[in-house]
Design a protein. Sequence first.
Length: 344
Amino acid sequence: MVDVIIPCYNYGHYLRGCVNSVLSQRGVNVRVLIVDDASSDDTARVGQELAACNNAVEFRRHEVNEGHIATYNEGLIGWSKAEYAVLLSADDLLVPGCLGRAVRIMEADENIGMVYGRAIHFERETDLPTISPHDCGYTRFSGAEWLEARCRAGHNVISSPEVVVRGSLQRSIGGYRPELPHTGDLEMWLRIAAVSSIAYVRGPQAFYRVHPASMLRTKYQNNLLDLRHRKIAFDSFFQQHQHVIADSDRLHELTNRALAREALWIACRAYDRNRVEEARAHELIEFAVTIYHAANSLSEYRALHRRRRLGPVICNQTQLFAATALIRKVDRWLKKRRWKRRGI
């Protein structure tokens, strides 16, 4: 049995497609809980209709908005009792066969606590490709391997709808942390990797809807904000689980190094584009040197020093560092391709 929790806030127009993507899964039994967090649209009507048409669907509505973390935990910890659990946003979709693939992997290896795959980003249903429900190969990582990869990279590789978690494990480690409203998912995956193995399906497991119009801040402001939130998530994880992880100090240091490098490189690109103020480059630099004691030994710091000596106007007008930036961009793209293939 797979329990699928679908939190919904003003996504009533997406809800029917989301639920149908769950009910159409073959080879597994599913239960669905729709939690309407006091939506002001037609979520209640759609949710009630879906529950009335299928005994596997349950609908709940909050009288007042409780927020996404409380809604997640209500379903995952308060309601779910099945062997496997999925948290699926009402605007996302499962791909055909994804639940069966994940369940078979975990049934074959009881040490695997989480299975995920690739999430295909889309905006409209007309953009969706046809996905075969057949099995794909998968890669198994020990929790330590997966955790180290995340610390070395410093970022999240999971969108969220592509994840299936062993239910008993989810209930034992607890729900999402209210103090991490922006990066609670990253901290959750780290928590799972601390106590179990991880499997990556080498194929798509979910469709993740992108909403370009919902971006409230500029790209540059998001960079700094995102770095800070990731830092908080990693810090929270290591503070809570240092007794579980043998080399937590080393891994924490790797994380700080990765986040510092990313911040410094974003600052470098701000000089190249003459957008130092917009990118809040000085705050990015301060962030890097504050979290990583050896920031001035990094190649990104030296690259930034060269740009600061010339100034953003000259860097932008001459494109002196364009070739270096392009090489690094290609290198980062190749690394991301390798991460995607391996799932880390």
